[in-house]
Design a protein. Structure first.
Length: 134
């Protein structure tokens, strides 16, 4: 156990890059929580983001195949619909990240092994101002 702690190198981050500092701190908290508690990680927010992205990519892929099968002048209405749908879904994805995820970087499920207590759900989020040096 002591050898493992000595072999881990410290994370080096440019202190003026606020996104890198925030991500490094988030990762450190995630590792500490995973090491200390026997919780399973919940991926529902990431799954939601992946689902929205998957639908957007399906629209783009359908437009690509349709344009291949029916060259441009004939495929114009379908391309317009698919491109608009793609950009609307990217807007939905951005709203999902802002209002549903809310800077959440870790979700955990705490299940009671005896089954007597209800399952607890833990969520950690962080926020760092863009040009904050603290």
């Amino acid at each position: 156990m002591v050898d493992e702690e000595k072999s881990v190198e410290p994370v080096r981050v440019n202190k003026w890059d606020s996104n890198a500092v925030k991500n490094a701190l988030d990762d450190a908290v995630k590792k500490a929580l995973a090491k200390k508690f026997d919780w399973s990680e919940k991926h529902s927010l990431t799954d939601g983001r992946l689902f929205i992205s998957f639908i957007a990519v399906c629209f783009a892929g359908f437009a690509l195949v349709w344009d291949y099968l029916h060259p441009f002048p004939a495929s114009r209405p379908i391309l317009i619909i698919c491109v608009l749908s793609y950009f609307v879904l990217m807007g939905v994805l951005q709203l999902y990240i802002w209002y549903v995820e809310k800077n959440v970087f870790y979700q955990a499920v705490d299940e009671d092994p005896t089954g007597k207590l209800p399952t607890s759900y833990w969520t950690w989020s962080s926020k760092l101002k863009k040009y904050d040096d603290m």
